[in-house]
Write a protein that binds this ligand. Sequence first.
Ligand SMILES: [Zn+2]
Ligand SMILES: [Zn+2]
Length: 137
Amino acid sequence: MSTATGSCLCGAIRYRVDGPLRPVVACHCSQCRKTTGHHVAATSAPADCVTIEGEPRWYRSSDSAERGFCPTCGSNLFWRRPGHLSIWAGTLDTHPDDLKLASHIFCADKGRYYEIADGLPQAAQDDPALALATRPG
Ligand SMILES: [Zn+2]
Ligand SMILES: [Zn+2]
């Protein structure tokens, strides 16, 4: 079983993932852009595989989801809904070598100041096949 660790900028929030990480998905929706200042690059793991130390603050950004951030340094770390936790890949300290960016979602909402030119699959909106499946194993 693989283990990954990460934290916010100031270290008040730390986390450990004991289990598989989903390949990284870039989300270009307006909520992700607003909360991070650009777009999000998120991995995810089953919520019961993740141990969080410290007290993230959770902002309810929609009827079904919350975004977690450090109340001290403001780092964006998590997006969650029942049974699912996304983790912003930039907050990882250690992770398996094979964790890679794999796709883009909500491309119809992307910022106009950049292009997506890496050749990876793009979905105009959400795409469960690209975004929500946790890598088996
Ligand atoms: Zn912090
Ligand atoms: Zn998004």
